[in-house]
Ligand binder design. Structure first.
Ligand SMILES: Nc1nc2c(ncn2[C@@H]2O[C@H](COP(=O)(O)OP(=O)(O)OP(=O)(O)O)[C@@H](O)[C@H]2O)c(=O)[nH]1
Length: 241
């Protein structure tokens, strides 16, 4: 491949600005260089620059893969949606850099609290999500409460000697059911609705989907694998129809 015809100046400048220094093609060869550019751009487009965890785009991809796995694997997966309580007040009172520091500390605490196989993502301004594969409903409340208390337990030190402040999060959680091909947008919106229920009911609390009462949408019923009588099979698996 003739590297001279490719216009790589912009991508090179973008990567340098993001702190990625690639060896030039003259040193590593054209194909190797292009692969390293693609890898670096892929990392850049999937990572939240402030906190270093997955961004929303990358998280949606991981969730889709998890749904495929759950459909075949027979294990529940738990999706937690977390939102910082009264975050605007923190920005307003202590400034944006303080708000940013709170976002970074919360990210680190979430990462330290969940298992290595779980995925933490920042999916919006002050919204986080955690995907916990292989999480049976009997463990889910303990997992969710652990994430909540990890934030609440220790005040967060603010920059510029502004002292430490108490920060809390509200948490909503929904399951992807084994052997059911769930719809990603439904799964996320169930977790979101429970998060907003937690906000309405006082904040700094967890609201989890009850597996027995979780609804399966008509679309999900139509996607059941190889089951001719979706209604009967869902009842057998403990979900209302
Ligand atoms: N510092 C900082 N603030 C951000 C960032 N992204 C979003 N925000 C702020 O997050 C705040 C979100 O405020 P709201 O949506 O009103 O929610 P809240 O104050 O947390 O209130 P509740 O969610 O109802 O408890 C806004 O002030 C945004 O400006 C960011 O990257 N850094």
């Amino acid at each position: 491949m003739d590297m001279a015809v490719l216009q790589l100046e912009k991508v090179d400048a973008l990567l340098r600005q993001a702190g990625v220094a690639l060896a030039p093609p003259t040193e590593v060869g054209g194909t190797h260089y292009l692969q390293s550019v693609l890898d670096a751009l892929c990392d850049l487009s999937s990572t939240d620059p402030l906190t270093g965890v997955m961004n929303r785009r990358a998280f949606l991809y991981v969730l889709e893969q998890e749904l495929d796995r759950v459909t075949r694997g027979g294990e529940y997966a738990l999706l937690l949606a977390l939102d910082i309580d009264h975050f605007k007040r923190i920005n307003d009172r202590y400034g944006h850099p303080a708000g940013d520091e709170v976002l970074r500390v919360i990210t680190q605490r979430l990462r330290d609290t969940v298992r290595p196989m779980d995925n933490v993502a920042r999916i919006g301004g002050e919204e986080f999500a955690v995907l916990c594969p292989n999480c049976p409903p009997s463990f889910a409340m303990a997992v969710a409460q652990r994430t909540r208390t990890a934030i609440e337990a220790v005040p967060i030190n603010l920059p510029q000697n502004q002292g430490a402040i108490d920060v809390t999060v509200s948490v909503g959680g929904a399951f992807a059911m084994p052997w059911v091909k769930s719809v990603l947008s439904d799964w996320m919106s169930r977790a979101d609705q429970l998060l907003y229920q937690a906000k309405r009911e006082g904040r700094n609390c967890v609201r989890l989907e009850s597996v027995l009462s979780a609804d399966v949408s008509t679309e999900e019923k139509g996607l059941l694998f190889g089951w001719s009588n979706a209604e009967g099979q869902l009842a057998d698996h403990g979900r209302s129809t």
